[in-house]
Design a protein around this ligand. Sequence first.
Ligand code: SAM
Length: 268
Amino acid sequence: MTLEPPSEEPTARAPLERESRTVDRAAKWLRNNIKRATPGNTESTPPTPDSTESTPQHRLIVGGLWDTIGPLQFEFIKGRGLEPHHRFLDIGCGALRGGAHFIDYLEPGGYHGIDRDELTLQAGREQELAPGVEEAKRPTFIVRDDFDFSRFGTTFDFALAQSVFTHLYLNSIHRALVNVSSVLADGGVFYATFFENTQGPTWLEPIVQWPGDEMMKVAPMTTMDADPFHYEFEALEWLAGLAGLRATYVGDWGHPRNQRMAMFDRVG
Ligand SMILES: C[S@@+](CC[C@H](N)C(=O)[O-])C[C@H]1O[C@@H](n2cnc3c(N)ncnc32)[C@H](O)[C@@H]1O
């Protein structure tokens, strides 16, 4: 089960054809996910109060709740010490739900976003950033799916993966953590959200992530081996250790769909 539309590799197709394929892809994804929206539901599942027919597809694709989860992630990282002069890495930046806030706040050149979905990112750049912002703030964007953050050619004071680990197998999280470890600046910190397995490591059944999304009257249902995934914090802690990182449980940070927060920094 996947709650994201399949990403497409960049192609040399004409823009119009690509656009119509995107709409088809998003419509198919919406149909499939609306059907199974109860009780399974994650951040990537419409409908929500801001996920109406008039809501742009790129907002729906990353899960809607645009005006809630965007400011939430920005304020959280700012509350953890982000300052305008810092270098920030937005892992799985999607359509810039959080990114638009970070770009506004950071000094020119400070924002770095990476996502595997070129079309969603492109829609965010075109529709969520005010005219002139890219020229003034010079954000850097990379489209790739291997978490090779070294391609940015810099190190980061803060990194965030908001609602990304919730869609990843553990070995992909391992890859992300190893790569994050090598691009954190001295004193740099990485935050990642995850659905928590509160039942212990031998629990194999789905978990309903109460209280979930009160506005939707349904809660996300997560599983150990299919998207959306839940993990016990100890699993993330173990992978972090393999990557030379220390994991710290942050827990509840006010996410409306019950995602928890973990913090990672370099050991030594
Ligand atoms: C639920 S969305 C969240 C987007 C954004 N963080 C936000 O809060 O709006 C998850 C994003 O992770 C991206 N993603 C998933 N796997 C990825 C990978 N291996 N590399 C880069 N991006 C990935 C998806 O394309 C999607 O845009």
